[in-house]
Design a protein around this ligand. Sequence first.
Ligand code: NAD
Ligand code: IPM
Ligand code: MN
Length: 359
Amino acid sequence: MSKKIAVLPGDGIGIEIVAQAVKVLNCLKNDFGLDVEMENGLVGGAAYDDSGTPLPEATLKLAREADAVLLGAVGGYKWESLDIAVRPEKGLLGLRAELELFANLRPAILYPQLAHASTLKPEVVSGLDIMIVRELTGGIYFGQPRGIRVLDNDEKQGFNTLIYKESEIERIAHVAFETAMKRNKKLCSVDKANVLECTELWREVMIRVSKEYPEVELSHMYVDNAAMQLVRAPKQFDVMVTTNMFGDILSDCAAMLTGSIGMLPSASMDKNQKGMYEPIHGSAPDIAGQDMANPMATILSVAMMLRYSLGAEELAIKVENAVESVLDQGLRTEDIYTEGDTKVGTEAMGDAVVAALKT
Ligand code: NAD
Ligand code: IPM
Ligand code: MN
């Protein structure tokens, strides 16, 4: 039976990059026997404009019924002054929460062809291969109470709650240890246990779960140091596991090690291998609609989808090889361009990946 993919381009460059990823999926479907059906839905600002909500019931239904979701990005200047409850970002957070996508895998891999595109020295980043496991449905992003209240003296006070139950920490710990078992068996848990009780518990649970994985070497690092170490000596890391907000920040930081945030895919997984596949970057309103965005993060997210949700490892490798082959040809979008390369746009980059798939 064919598998169903919900395609949610979202806003800004989301539309342009998802179009390239869909080209890749169509090529796999037509030429390589991938048995999938795709159906589009609205999310984020596009959905708000259409129906007044960033996550319409129809989109949620489509995502629930699908075997996998492909998401572009949400957000943009146009919607920044809306009430936070209906902002585009709430559509994405709602999808993650409703589908219980608690485990976000964000691989930061430096393709050797891009060693000079990184702002870090080539010797610092060459050979880089880190997997960041970010908790995605808890922590300060979802904790209650939250809001902005008015104090007795009429001063406003903003507040959010950093909160984790043991069971939430345990399940992300298992994903992280399992991930480490398949790699170099080194796991670094990133917290702020020196200041925040919630992450003191995080560390305690990580240590407890580690007893079930005696082969994995577990270490702990405070988040401030982790940010520094990521740019100082990133190759010390194999798998990192951390909270929702720390993972958000550290993965953008890790992205730059690979040359550009436009290269970093991600998989947001539930406990049954259902996933939403999304580049880690946003809707990049500064370059939207200009055929400038790098579609590789989204195309590599398709590879993750093939691997984790569609049981098509061979095709996943095929897509990854096609991306490498395009980089070998010297084709570069603006964000990864260095002198001597051939500068191309979003569309041409997508077409080149499809052409590479076919050869
Ligand atoms: P951003 O990731 O959209 O952009 C940051 C910078 O990186 C920009 O200069 C942008 O041009 C560049 N960039 C990002 N992706 C690129 C790509 N594929 N190719 C080339 N350059 C790329 O972050 P931001 O500017 O802080 O946020 C813009 C909007 O996106 C906001 O509304 C934010 O909430 C939203 N956002 C959405 C997601 C998501 O949907 N997953 C993720 C992050 C931010
Ligand atoms: C990401 C984004 C989202 C996040 C926003 C848009 C809600 O930054 O996917 O990294 O903070 O998780
Ligand atoms: Mn982010």
